[in-house]
Design a protein around this ligand. Structure first.
Ligand code: ADP
Ligand code: ADP
Length: 227
């Protein structure tokens, strides 16, 4: 079944004439990782931010598990997000950063500790739990942001170029890591990237966005053979 459905989604920013997102339609099957692929400025981030509920669409609808997202309170949407700028809290430790999302959900304190450590183990960072973000490498901060998104057991994971700031070697390792965590947990994932290799390598399906419209939506094999 489809878990995420986007219908005739449109966004025109204030004081602009051309829409950033023109008419996006997309169905994401439950458990799939879909890459939203396209050049800079084509509307990827704008689309993702609307799905996340961070930006109000000019028109259109977004359905999660059959429900219009506007009818679901934000904390009940089951979404985990990782943005380009990891947005970690500088004054909190790694463990506290990960725990923050659970405290927001009013998870009992004893459970918060256990689950935060589990999430840090998934991204192989539990040994750095006491550090602050400034004392980590870019790749480590990236993984903390991923742990913070995963700790709430999201049913929909939204990733905005989560590997863009990593060097080639670490990026490769993180591709594997994200993909295996995603498959293991069966988390439906929408992954924004401008890197075609990354999309071909990681995605179950690729949606190619151009000028605010999805031009092609198919498996990596089909897109590779018929670009
Ligand atoms: P992408 O993520 O594919 O690089 P974006 O969604 O960030 O594309 O941007 C799509 C278009 O919308 C671009 O032309 C960008 O300049 C414009 N845009 C993005 N955010 C804003 C904003 N807050 N106000 C006005 N225009 C914006
Ligand atoms: P991305 O790299 O993901 O496309 P950007 O670097 O374009 O994102 O945008 C970073 C921030 O700047 C976002 O909050 C976006 O809304 C804002 N922004 C992007 N383009 C514009 C624009 N043309 N006018 C105003 N704000 C913009």
């Amino acid at each position: 079944p489809e878990y995420l459905s986007i219908r005739q989604l449109k966004k025109t920013y204030p004081k602009t004439t051309a829409p950033a997102v023109n008419d996006v339609n997309l169905d994401v099957q439950q458990g799939d990782l879909v890459a939203l692929l396209g050049p800079s400025g084509c509307g990827k981030t704008t689309t993702l931010r609307m799905v996340a509920g961070l930006l109000e669409p000019t028109a259109g609808q977004i359905f999660v598990d059959g429900k219009d997202v506007v009818s679901i309170p934000v904390h009940k949407r089951g979404m985990g997000m990782v943005f380009q700028s990891y947005a970690l809290f500088p004054h909190l430790t790694v463990e506290e950063n990960v725990a923050f999302g659970l405290q927001m959900l009013r998870v009992p304190r004893a459970e918060v500790g256990v689950r935060s450590l589990e999430a840090l183990e998934k991204v192989q960072l539990s040994h750095l739990k006491g550090r602050r973000p400034a004392e980590l490498s870019g790749g480590q901060q990236q993984r903390v942001a991923l742990a913070r998104a995963l700790v709430t057991n999201p049913t929909l994971l939204l990733l905005d170029e989560p590997l863009s700031n990593l060097d080639a070697k670490l990026r490769e390792a993180m591709r594997r890591e994200i993909r295996s965590i995603q498959q293991e947990t069966g988390t439906t994932t929408l992954f924004v990237t401008h890197d075609q290799d990354e999309a071909l390598d990681m995605a179950d399906r690729i949606a190619i966005l151009n000028n605010g419209v999805i031009e092609q939506y198919d498996t990596p094999t089909a897109i590779y053979e018929n670009p």
